[in-house]
Write a protein that binds this ligand. Structure first.
Ligand SMILES: [Zn+2]
Ligand SMILES: [Zn+2]
Length: 140
């Protein structure tokens, strides 16, 4: 039996898994597709950039080669069935205009993570932030 909260991945139609994360010191639960790596969350769950960094490059990435780097096309919000709108500047990031949820994958997760970093004061950057900068080749 499935829980009623179990969502279907907008990218590959697999079932998503509710995944607890600690983002900015707070416990949140977001939906992650373990097949294609797509990540879905409500804006009520937190700031997208902070969540994206909590997700990290491993969880938000495709686990099968078929989906690696493959663009998500016209995903529909699992909650309201609306076609989600692509982010204007980030690839693989989509937003539902109806419920303000976000779907992202691969470079979309990394894009959100680094987009957030721009708005943060340097002094609040943690060791893992700087490590991520090194991994992603960003200048800190
Ligand atoms: Zn998927
Ligand atoms: Zn929606």
């Amino acid at each position: 039996m499935y829980r009623t909260t179990c969502r279907i991945c907008p990218a590959c139609r697999n079932e998503m898994e509710e995944t607890p994360l600690v983002a900015d010191g707070e416990q949140v639960v977001i939906d992650i597709c373990r097949r294609c790596g797509a990540v879905y969350f409500d804006l009520a769950d937190g700031t997208p950039g902070i969540l994206a960094r909590a997700i990290g490059p491993e969880l938000g990435s495709a686990t099968t080669t078929a989906e690696v780097g493959a663009p998500i096309t016209e995903p529909r919000c699992p909650d309201c069935e609306q076609v989600m709108v692509p982010h204007t500047s980030l690839n693989q990031v989509f937003r539902c205009d109806s419920c303000c949820s976000v779907l992202c994958r691969d470079e979309g997760v990394r894009g959100l993570a680094s987009a957030c970093a721009v708005y943060e004061p340097r002094k609040q950057r943690t060791f893992s932030d700087r490590l991520l900068d090194l991994i992603l080749g960003r200048s800190g």
